[in-house]
Design a protein around this ligand. Structure first.
Ligand code: GAR
Length: 196
């Protein structure tokens, strides 16, 4: 399958937490949207606010428990296939998917990370930026490959690191840019303008 599809794309969002990126994606690609619609939201956490947001927007929300990575991935793949999902957006999903799963979804699996990749990969990206003393940070939306935050970058947006910033202040400034960058990256991929 290659983009563009010639019909509205069906998106799935996988999220572990509060889901502000999910909200931005639903706002950009609402149910019944012309270009794409968020058709499914999945979380490994039953209590994730992301699931509540999805339900509130009239989007199917599924809790898939993380018993083992293999079991989670089998269930996730089955659900994505059953719902005819074209593109999967990881949005604050705090687990690492296996190379086998990533390979199955090659070119159709995106992630947002709170740094200017390749800088500050992995956990606590904002803390890494503050500890390094950089004057600028930002966010990256990228294709997921078998590494951690190593796939091809699609969109980056920059923010200043300001005197007195703590992790939460920097994270909030970066998140605001993520909400612009993620829909932009999804559009580029759906239009076939960026490929892995
Ligand atoms: C976002 O800042 C995202 O970049 C980050 O989690 C936050 C989720 O926010 N992801 C990672 O750190 C992945 N390693 P949200 O739940 O409000 O969208």
């Amino acid at each position: 399958m290659a983009f563009p599809l010639g019909r509205p794309a069906r998106l799935a969002v996988v999220a572990s937490g509060r889901g502000t990126n999910l909200a931005a994606l639903i706002a950009a690609f609402p149910p019944g949207g012309d270009e794409a619609e968020v058709a499914l939201v999945v979380s490994e956490k039953a209590s994730a606010p992301a699931l509540e947001r999805a339900r509130g927007a009239g989007v199917e929300a599924a809790h898939l428990p993380w018993d083992t990575r293999e079991a989670f991935e089998e269930r996730l793949h089955g659900l994505l296939a059953a719902r005819g999902v074209d593109l999967v957006c990881l949005a604050g999903f705090m687990r690492v998917l296996s190379p086998a799963f990533v390979d199955r979804w090659h070119g159709r699996l995106l992630n947002v990370h709170p740094s200017l990749l390749p800088k500050h990969r992995g956990l606590h990206a904002q803390r890494q930026a503050l500890e390094e003393g950089v004057r600028e940070s930002g966010c990256s939306v990228h294709f997921v490959d078998a590494g951690v935050d190593t796939g091809k970058v699609i969109v980056q947006r920059r923010v200043p690191v300001l005197p007195g910033d703590d992790e939460e202040a920097l994270a909030a400034r970066i998140r605001t840019e993520e909400h612009v960058a993620y829909p932009e990256a999804v559009r580029l991929v759906l239009r076939g303008e960026v490929t892995p």
